[in-house]
Write a protein that binds this ligand. Structure first.
Ligand code: ADP
Length: 562
């Protein structure tokens, strides 16, 4: 039998144990209180709104001061209400977590304050399990200011786009306004030059012609530059023969080189494929700029164009590497960087010997970048004698420009070289036995009409003229059939697009054959060609009219090759 003292000891131990337990639970309670007050002070002081919702009933069971402030109500006005009264009013029955089973929802929603005013919020919701019950923990921030800033940015973007669109329209109109009179000046000068003239008259006319060309080239540079600025310069994508395109432009440049007694050498490596897809006109523009500069800044020696194949990224595409070397004055080290900047020229003094807008290289750089390439100036500067077919013999250190372009390869190129060879300036009028084609000319501008009529008659064709689209539709109906129509695009009463659509509709109604229609447009903006084709036209001649191109296009259409 245990002694009374043993019993007492046990009892005392038990009491001590109980005291320790009580001490522990006091300690735990204290720790819990501290922890609660720690987290409460965090939740109370934070700027983020927080609400706790019973997932089953959707009733708000707690909200921190930031949430109360956003809702503009006291905690007691919020707790006990269904969450959708304030948060996501439109998502009743479609709560991503409670209704759709998502684990987490992060989204932009709307919060309704106590007065029913909508506030945009960014919120995150997660599920919390406590004592076998599910709760939704929603935290959110007010994004009113961010939304406002976004709207301002969108409005500014919209305004900028509208301004840009009106700039483009202005550009298109300016282009038309400038090219129309230039067409008259250059075209009629050409016609006069083809007639018999006294010596001094011919000299003056040649001067007018060359001044016209220079003016046109400056205007084209400025228009191109504005298009680049407006982000409106886009490239065509047509199949072309690379060698024919290069040969065509080099032949024109050769005239200038010959005048200065410079040799113009071109070398295209044999492995460069001929059928390519791209914008031959814009590629030619870069070549004209670089070779034109090389000729301009070289007094003696030669200019050399070389084309090699770069690393091929795929069999369907080529990287072409062009090099243009000259033996001219060269470019000093301090000017190397700035020459690619707009309006920059190495020599800006009043005594400078060379004309130009200073835009050519900027435009070229942009064009080659659009073609996926690059342009740079060789830092070695001096062309090496005997290399790459270029001979030394110049007056300075010379300049060496490089540029690259990426172009897709085509197997069935509609090559420029496939077209009928361009007519020579001095070609004799068509022979009498050749069928006299009847051409309807639709042109509102008197000077341009005179010019086109003269060119048509000089080819031995017959021409009838009308002054707007409405008259053209009537002429086709009443005086046809014609072999072709030359249709100005911008005309009073009825423009060229509308007239073409009307003529095509007439053809379908009356079951006439197809009447070839060639657009005469002074816009020369990207998309004009597509617009002409869409309106039902067959081809397109850009103003100012070059006699060579005019005759080639009309012949092609008359021969049914278009
Ligand atoms: P510009 O219409 O003045 O020729 P570019 O942009 O084509 O405009 O050329 C800018 C400048 O770069 C020229 O004015 C000239 O100073 C310099 N430059 C370009 N090409 C050559 C070259 N082949 N030799 C010497 N200087 C050149």
């Amino acid at each position: 039998m245990p002694s009374p003292s043993t019993e007492l000891t046990k009892l005392l131990d038990k009491i001590r144990e109980l005291e320790e337990d009580a001490e522990k639970s006091r300690y735990l309670e204290e720790a819990l209180r501290e922890s609660e007050s720690y987290y409460k002070s965090i939740l109370d002081s934070m700027q983020i709104g927080l609400v706790i919702i019973d997932e089953e009933t959707r009733v708000i069971i707690d909200a921190n001061p930031a949430a109360c402030e956003r809702i503009n109500a006291r905690r007691d006005d919020i707790v006990g209400k269904v969450c959708h009264s304030f948060i996501c009013p439109k998502e009743r029955g479609q709560c991503p977590i409670a209704d759709l089973g998502q684990a987490i929802d992060r989204s932009e929603r709307v919060l309704l304050d106590i007065r029913g005013e909508s506030i945009p919020i960014l919120k995150t919701v997660t599920r919390l399990q406590l004592g076998g019950q599910n709760y939704l923990v929603e935290n959110f921030i007010d994004i009113t200011e961010r939304k406002y800033a976004e709207q301002m940015v969108l409005a500014a973007k919209d305004a900028a786009e509208k301004a840009n669109a009106s700039k483009s329209l202005f550009l298109a109109n300016m282009s038309h306004e400038i090219r129309t009179p230039m067409n008259g000046i250059i075209g009629l000068t050409d016609i006069l030059l083809g007639s018999s003239l006294a010596g001094s008259q011919r000299t003056y006319l040649e001067m007018i012609r060359s001044s016209g060309d220079r003016l046109l080239s400056v205007i084209n540079d400025i228009l191109d530059f504005s298009r680049i600025e407006a982000g409106k310069l886009e490239l065509e994508r047509i199949a072309f023969s690379f060698r024919s395109a290069v040969a065509e432009v080099v032949e024109i440049l050769r005239i200038k080189a010959n005048e200065k007694h410079l040799r113009l050498v071109t070398h295209i490596d044999d492995d460069v494929p001929d059928g390519l897809l791209g914008d031959p006109g814009r590629l030619a523009q870069v070549i004209v700029n670089l070779i034109g500069n090389a000729i301009k800044f070289t007094a003696q020696g030669e200019v050399c164009l070389q084309v090699r194949l770069g690393e091929v990224p795929s069999s369907r595409e080529v990287l072409l590497h062009f090099t243009v070397r000259d033996t001219g004055i060269g470019i000093s080290d301090d000017k190397r960087k700035m020459i690619f900047d707009a309006f920059s020229q190495a020599d800006t003094s009043f005594s400078r010997r060379y004309g130009g807008s200073g835009l050519g290289l900027t435009i070229s750089a942009h064009l080659v970048r659009l073609m996926g390439g690059n342009i740079w100036l060789d830092d070695s500067g001096t062309p090496r004698p005997g290399r790459d077919g270029c001979r030394k013999g110049g007056d300075g250190r010379g300049a060496v420009f490089h540029f690259t372009v990426h172009l897709p390869v085509v197997t069935t190129a509609r090559a420029t070289g496939d077209r009928p060879p361009a007519e020579r300036e001095d070609r004799v009028p068509a022979l009498a036995e050749e069928k006299k084609h009847r051409i309807l000319l639709v042109e509102d501008d008197f000077i341009n009409r005179t010019l086109a009529e003269t060119l048509i008659r000089q080819e031995g064709w017959l021409v009838e003229s009308v002054e707007n689209g409405r008259q053209a539709v009537a002429a086709v109906r009443e005086n046809g059939p014609y072999d072709a129509v030359l249709m100005d695009v911008q005309m009073p009463e009825m423009d060229g697009f509308a007239a073409t659509r009307e003529i095509r509709a007439q053809e379908r109604r009356e079951k006439y054959g197809h009447l070839p229609i060639i657009a005469l447009t002074a816009h020369a903006m990207k998309g004009d060609y597509e617009k002409c084709l869409k309106a039902g036209m067959d081809d397109y001649i850009s103003k100012p009219i070059s006699r060579q191109n005019f005759v080639a296009v009309v012949r092609r259409v008359l021969d049914g090759d278009s």
